[in-house]
Design a protein around this ligand. Structure first.
Ligand SMILES: [Zn+2]
Length: 1011
């Protein structure tokens, strides 16, 4: 009670301040500071009923502002109430995307001059995405004319980098501010905020809003993750229908991924990324402002914290400061608590949706406002670190407050309106910056460099090369192809081993000449979008000494490395004068050539091989177990020998896959085994589907069919081996402990959590999985089923946390998984080395391959069942103890015979320590050689481990196994320490998984110990 009374007082006093501070606003005209003050135009009537409800649903007056505490009335123009049945942010109301679109189209119909709705593409589940343009009649009438101007500023080559011409264009152009909402489906507030914002921008006659309407084109995508939005609204409806029950968590957002949909702006594998990117680039917008809701009350994390991405223009960092600081200042002046612009978030990774703008010469922005994950009004209690006053948050949020969706909508709209107004006031500056950033992108070769990236025509991985170029194309990067062979000067690799004297160093040449064959791809850096190509293709270094100790996301991503494709960073400007032509189609030419009954497709570990295998269902395909030569061509281990399919069918399938099938005169006389189209189950939990979603996406794109099922389904299935050859159990991500996976969500209390379609939840299931109750896990029955599957001859494939899981359940003997003590590897690209090239899992790989690693696990091998693998703690004693003689001499003991000490057996870190004679005595625990774990790839030596990103304490994982094949019963468990299938970025390691799948019944091929 006391607390309640105090709050009432606080409310009253703030009300007074609010009224005094902005009483001048209502009159219009410039304020005392010379700027147009915010607030309504007294000559325009307000929608009284709507305004009353805004007040009612706002839980405290200081959670509002003079920009949003009223709604102007406009005759014949529907307010959001027309569709929602109540005002934006009303408790209990969460519209489906379709309803949001319906409103935007009603608004367009009522005010066609000021509102235009554009369809910008479809989602994976075929739902529409839209962008709504709101501006003055004058601006919308001249959209094309304006776009032509912006196009010239976006590509200064069109005006010969003429600054004077740019100034003329800047003076005439109307900038575009693009706002995107609810990419994160549990962050539910943006759609209603953006409906009301569109209405305000379209009808409000207050000078403050009118200036925005006349000066800026506001572009709005109210729902980015449309599939996830509809699921989230379903769940909220379920919650309203069962108010006393716990409601199911949103386990699926989009078809494939959840929160990671905001990490796709590098590889552009999701439709939502592609559609927003095309809209942003197509409109030549200046700003991309993405709305999120996980921090109280408004965190403009654009300025955030360091380190900043190394490839952005410093002009952009200044723009973040300008807009962000002003944003905080404006809202602080309104008396709104909890608005700040620094905090938890580094700006290193370019994977965020907003970063499309940062990488395409615009301005990226992101708000975290405060959402309740639905439209309930609730008392919310913050953590001490959330309400602490800090240097950057002088006006922190309240430790405890009643919070409503309307409050959230007030913050979102107030932030956006003040941003739009400030942006408009300074639009000439921002337009000029837009031009300057593009110009500096074009001047990259002669400024900081490089001049170009070259993807050589002789790269054997043509389909992976094409995929990398396809990412570039999606990113609006121009690609050229050399018409002739050419050579450039490349910096000579520093010889790390050359210690020597000063004089010797100087004699080392500074450069070497590198030759490229005709047809090599050249990505010129003198183009407007060179920045994104540079950021994706370059290497990253995150210092272990960096003051930022908690990287927000991945620290390395170098695409050439992760795609296993050759990419040369060329600084020699000569590369730009090579005869070349622009290309838009980079699909490699595949097909069948020659005549014969056996065709060979060489194996370079390209995922396209799996495309071919599963497409040619009825063909007899064998893999060669040793390399061979035919007509001067060297064919690798794993090369496909294809029979039993017509030449036409093979030609069609091979050209679709982009692979060359070459007729052989005679089949090579090397050992082969069948490569089958395995029957695959892909297992997910009901705990999290975030990480396995990337595996589904990859398999779907490659054309590998699988049955998708939960751990619950595994537990209920009678005979897994009768239905499946391979069970893929990709990483779980969150809640991945053995107890969580086995036990699931506790069922001893609470109510069932259904994930299925019901009258309240018609969109929940989509094309994914369903259950009556999400809570039960794999269970002990499921564990037994998996165990039986492996023992009876199946292949179980796991990665990162599921590798830990199956090891802790004892499904694979002779491998242990540890964690590093000081190791810190945060989403980095590491070097791996081939250990056993005869294993089918390694088919097509070279000795070196780059892999994605996020802190292990650290695998160690043992040959003694039931014991831990070797841990490298402390120095081992290899040298002789103190005694007589020199270091290599035998010691003696006076008065005793001397027995020469046996040679200590040596082994590598990735190997199991050799079995000692002592261990062999009655050695029932000694794992027979043919049953031991087989290391296929290992992590590189510590000095070579880092390719890109952060590696601290790398010695703890260096040289340890990265991919292990463990015989278990009649089957195999293949364990990955790396995540081989991740965010559409690691396509170079997809082949390891696909090789295991296609050779599931011949994994022992090439095994050294096999008898
Ligand atoms: Zn978010």
């Amino acid at each position: 009670m006391v607390r309640l009374l105090r709050r009432t007082c606080l409310y009253a006093s703030l009300l007074v301040i609010g009224a005094a501070g902005f009483s001048a606003v209502a009159l219009g005209g410039p304020g005392g500071d010379g700027e147009t003050p915010p607030g309504r135009d007294m000559r325009q009537p307000v929608d009284e009923a709507y305004t009353a409800k805004i007040k009612k649903y706002t839980t405290a007056p200081y959670f509002s502002s003079p920009l949003v505490d009223y709604l102007p009335a406009a005759k014949g123009v529907p307010t959001p109430e027309a569709v929602l049945g109540d005002v934006s942010g009303a408790p209990g109301i969460l519209p489906y995307a379709e309803d949001v679109y319906k409103y935007m189209r009603l608004l367009e119909k009522a005010l066609p001059g000021r509102v235009k709705v554009f369809s910008i593409g479809r989602t994976e589940e075929n739902r529409e995405m839209i962008a709504v343009a709101v501006s003055s009649e004058e601006n919308l009438k001249r959209l094309d004319e304006n776009k032509a101007r912006l196009g010239k500023l976006a590509d200064p080559r069109t005006i010969n980098l003429d600054d004077a011409e740019a100034d003329r264009l800047v003076a005439q152009a109307t900038p575009i501010y693009y706002i995107t909402g609810t990419i994160h489906s549990p962050e539910t507030g943006a759609p209603t905020a953006l409906m009301e914002l569109a209405y305000r921008l379209a009808v409000d006659e207050s000078p403050y809003i009118k200036e925005i309407r006349d000066g800026v084109i506001t572009l709005i995508t109210p729902v980015v993750e449309v599939d996830g939005r509809d699921r989230m609204v379903d769940l909220y409806r379920w919650h309203l229908a069962h108010p006393k029950d716990f409601y199911p968590p949103l386990i699926y957002w989009g078809k494939y991924v959840a929160h990671d949909n905001n990490r796709d702006a590098m590889a552009v594998t999701l439709k939502l990324t592609e559609n927003v990117l095309n809209t942003y680039v197509g409109w030549k917008a200046q700003v991309l402002h993405d709305l999120h809701e996980s921090v109280p009350y408004l965190y403009d994390n654009t300025i955030g914290d360091g380190p900043y991405n190394a490839w952005i223009d410093p002009i952009l960092a200044d723009e973040w400061q300008m807009i962000g600081s002003r944003n905080v200042a404006d809202m602080t002046r309104f008396g709104m608590p909890g608005v700040f612009a620094h905090g938890d978030f580094d700006t290193w990774s370019p994977g965020y949706l907003m970063f499309i703008a940062a990488m395409h010469n615009g301005i990226s922005r992101l708000y975290e406002t405060f959402g309740n994950g639905g439209a309930d009004t609730q008392e919310r209690t913050l953590e001490p670190e959330e309400y602490a006053r800090t240097w950057y948050r002088q006006n922190p949020p309240l430790p405890k407050a009643l919070w409503s969706q309307r409050d959230n909508n007030n913050y979102e709209q107030t932030g956006l309106l003040t941003s739009l107004h400030y942006f408009n006031e300074n639009k000439r500056l921002f337009l000029k910056n837009f031009y300057l950033k593009a110009k500096r992108s074009i001047q990259k070769p002669e400024a900081e460099g490089p001049a170009a990236y070259v993807l050589p025509a002789d790269d054997p991985r043509t389909t992976l090369q094409a995929q990398l170029l396809e990412v570039m194309r999606k990113q609006a990067v121009e690609i050229s192809r050399a018409k002739t062979a050419f050579s450039v000067a490349m910096p000579a690799k520093k010889d790390k081993s050359a210690k020597g004297k000063e004089g010797e160093k100087e004699q080392q040449p500074a450069t070497v000449t590198k030759e490229f064959p005709p047809g090599s791809y050249i990505i010129r850096m003198d183009q407007p979008y060179s920045r994104i190509a540079d950021a994706l293709l370059d290497h990253q270094y995150w210092s272990p000494e960096d003051p930022q100790k908690t990287p927000y996301d991945d620290t390395g991503w170098t695409f050439g490395e992760l795609f296993n494709v050759k990419v040369a960073r060329v600084t020699d400007p000569k590369v730009l004068s090579v005869a070349m032509e622009r290309v838009t189609n980079v699909a490699p030419k595949g097909g069948a050539s020659g005549e014969g009954i056996v065709f060979a497709v060489n194996n370079h570990a390209e995922p396209a091989l799996a495309t071919l295998r599963f497409k040619l269902k009825n063909a007899a395909i064998e893999a060669v177990e040793e390399p061979f030569e035919s007509a001067g061509t060297k064919f690798n281990r794993g090369t496909f020998l294809i029979r039993g399919v017509s030449r036409e069918e093979l030609d069609r399938a091979a050209s679709q896959a982009g692979l060359q099938a070459v007729a052989l005169g005679v089949a090579p006389s090397v050992k082969t085994h069948a490569v089958r189209a395995a029957r695959i189950a892909l297992v997910h939990t009901w705990l999290s589907t975030q990480t396995e979603g990337w595996w589904r996406l990859a398999l779907d794109n490659i054309g590998v069919p699988y049955d998708y099922m939960s751990t619950q389904a595994i537990a209920k299935m009678d005979d897994l081996n009768a239905k499946y050859d391979v069970i893929l159990f990709p990483p779980v991500g969150f809640f991945s402990s053995a107890s969580a996976v086995v036990n699931g969500i506790p069922t001893e209390w609470g109510n069932p959590l259904p994930w299925k379609n019901t009258p309240e939840t018609p969109n929940l299931v989509g094309k994914n999985d369903w259950t009556d109750d999400m809570r039960p896990g794999l269970g002990w029955e499921g564990v037994a089923k998996l165990q039986k599957f492996v023992q009876s001859g199946g292949l179980l494939l796991t990665a990162t946390d599921t590798s830990r899981l199956v090891l802790s359940l004892g499904m694979a003997e002779g491998v242990t998984a540890g964690g590093g003590e000081k190791m810190k590897i945060v989403g980095s690209v590491l070097a791996a080395r081939l250990v056993d090239g005869a294993s089918p899992i390694a088919y097509g790989y070279d000795d070196k391959v780059s892999v994605y690693c996020d802190n292990g696990p650290v695998f160690s091998l043992t040959s003694i069942a039931g014991t831990r693998g070797r841990r490298r703690l402390g120095e081992e004693m290899h040298e002789r103890p103190t005694g007589r003689g020199g270091i290599d001499d035998p010691d003696f003991t006076v008065g005793r015979v001397n027995e020469a000490a046996p040679e200590q057996p040596k082994s590598e870190i990735w190997e199991a320590p050799p079995v000692t004679d002592e261990q062999k005595r009655n050695g029932y625990r000694v794992i027979p050689e043919e049953r031991r774990a087989r290391v296929i790839f290992r992590y590189a030596d510590n000095k070579d481990l880092l390719v890109s990103g952060l590696v601290e304490g790398g010695n703890e994982i260096a040289q340890h196994p990265a991919v292990v094949d463990v015989p278990a019963g009649k089957g195999h468990v293949v364990l990955f320490s790396i995540n081989p299938v991740y965010r559409g970025e690691t396509r170079g390691t997809y082949g390891m998984v696909l090789n295991a799948i296609m050779n599931f019944d011949s994994l022992d091929a090439g095994r050294k110990e096999a008898k």
